[in-house]
Design a protein around this ligand. Structure first.
Ligand code: 13P
Length: 285
């Protein structure tokens, strides 16, 4: 079933769980995500990162077969452009059939973020697509941007004003997570009060980015405080990479198609464990 994120996330909000949004970049990795959701009878979001889409297959090549897979899946599947910052490219993605887009204008000043996001909300209406946006700034581990600076946290009052002015369907908020792999043994400190303050003032589903390595307890609490979409990319990619490395050690002559097929099946177990944690298991309709 091919769906937009809108209904999916509203249901999650009403029932108190989160839908996992997993980064895929080709047909195999997308198939792995759908496989996990099917096994768990869960709704799922395939997050296609703008920079991956541009670098590997563009939206005109990649989107159609993934939509086809989504349509044929026995569970609800949304396709979301992740961190779309190039407005012209984002509009092409909507023309190619994305059911959801994230417009990431969070690097701009507040009024400009509002203006750009509002224009995308209006444009997406023509396609019946849902729109996610971001206020605050999730860093990237290893870029030197750091991930403990107060400056990167979302200000709840600003987020509430942003939601009112833009009419977005979902909002990514920054409260302590960061994109990428954390140093060994590091567990991020989450500022749950940020999520609670926004959640108590609005019906709009809130999104946790940089879900990889957050730790089970942080994820459970984030959902209890009002997070309804959790983005995970790194942990899924690492699971694929690690499987390939191990399989090549055990059997260096393994057939290449078999290697890739088994890599996504194996890595889909990581997606299943996140689905379990997010509480969306058995929530497919
Ligand atoms: P991770 O790669 O840290 O899980 O973050 C994924 C993400 O937030 C994509 O938007």
């Amino acid at each position: 079933m091919y769906e937009s994120m809108r209904g999916m996330l509203q249901k999650a909000r009403q029932e108190g769980y989160a839908v996992m949004a997993i980064n895929a970049f080709d047909l195999e990795s997308a198939a792995g995500v759908i496989h996990a959701a099917t096994e768990m009878r869960s709704p799922i979001i395939i997050d296609l990162l703008q920079d991956h889409v541009k670098a590997y297959f563009d939206c005109d090549v990649l989107t159609r077969p993934i939509i086809r897979m989504a349509q044929e899946a026995p569970v609800p599947v949304a396709i979301n452009l992740d961190h779309g910052s190039d407005v012209a490219h984002l509009k092409r993605c909507l023309h190619e059939g994305f059911s959801s887009v994230m417009i990431d204008a969070s690097g701009h000043a507040f009024e400009e973020n509002v203006r750009i996001t509002r224009s995308i909300v209006e444009f997406a209406q023509e396609f019946g697509a849902s729109v996610e946006a971001e206020v605050g700034s999730m860093g990237l581990v290893g870029t030197g941007a750091g991930f403990t600076e107060a400056a990167m946290y979302t200000n709840p009052d600003v987020a509430i004003e942003f939601i009112q002015k833009t009419g977005v369907d979902a909002l990514a908020v920054s409260f302590g997570s960061t994109h990428g792999d954390y140093p060994q043994g590091y567990v991020p400190t989450f500022h749950f009060e940020i999520v609670e303050a926004i959640r108590s003032a609005t019906d709009v589903p809130l999104v946790l980015h940089g879900g990889s390595g957050s730790g089970a307890e942080n994820i459970r609490r984030a959902i209890a405080c009002g997070i309804n979409k959790i983005n995970v990319g790194t942990d899924y990619m690492i699971a694929q990479r690690d499987f390939v490395a191990k399989a090549l050690q055990t059997d260096p002559d393994i057939e290449y198609p078999e290697l890739l097929h088994r890599a996504y099946l194996e890595a889909s177990k990581v997606v299943q464990s996140y689905i379990e944690l997010a509480g969306s298991k058995g929530r497919a309709w």
